[in-house]
Design a binder for this molecule. Structure first.
Ligand code: IMP
Length: 179
């Protein structure tokens, strides 16, 4: 089993790069067929979603735009409960179909915050795509429309996800080894 050390913690490989890319291709195909004929704005949530957004978006064949907003809710390996301000809203979203791209949906606080903001901006149809979803940690009612992988409620890094800013460049997803 492949293991890596990041700062003071050890992580072991959990989802391979190949499995991630295969799953993203399937999600892109599903979006291409479900959204056929529509103009869609993809909205990536920085920093964590940048790799997932890039891989997904380059496989999108319909007429599509992409934009990014930034916020942060996490420090270290535990949620702080604080959600910082959202910055970078440049697009006119009124009446538009928006697909939010998240790296991971954990408690759902981030997604809820983004969806509230999209409703205020009068987006007509809001969908959520998340590479990873932790159903056991999820505390909201918003449907996650496109899920890459359902995972247990353990801390993960890689493929854009970080531990205190580190590990985003790992090509696969790694899970925390409890020692
Ligand atoms: P939520 O608001 O609780 O759903 O958390 C969403 C955000 O927390 C994600 O966009 C990530 O940035 C971060 N996050 C949640 N779980 C993890 C994890 O296991 N590893 C790294 N970041 C995480």
């Amino acid at each position: 089993m492949k293991e890596v050390s990041i700062l003071d913690k050890r992580f072991s490989e959990f989802i391979s790069e190949e499995s991630i890319e295969q799953r993203i291709t399937q999600l892109a195909e599903q979006i291409n067929s479900e959204m056929d004929g529509r103009e869609v704005i993809f909205l990536g949530i920085l920093n964590g979603a940048f790799l997932f957004a890039a891989s997904l978006f380059r496989q999108i064949k319909i007429d599509a735009l992409i934009s990014f907003v930034k916020l942060a809710s996490y420090e270290g390996t535990g949620t702080t409960g604080r959600i910082k301000e959202l910055i970078g809203w440049n697009e006119d979203l009124k009446g538009k179909t928006v697909i939010v791209i998240e790296d991971i949906v954990d408690t759902g606080g981030t997604v809820e915050r983004v969806v509230d903001e999209l409703k205020m901006r009068k987006a007509a149809d809001i969908r959520i795509a998340a590479l990873l979803f932790k159903p056991d940690a999820y505390k909201r009612n918003i449907t996650i429309d496109y899920v890459g992988f359902n995972i247990p409620d353990n801390f993960v890094v890689g493929y854009g996800l970080d531990y205190n800013g580190h590990g985003r460049n790992l090509p696969s997803i790694y899970t925390l080894v409890n020692s």
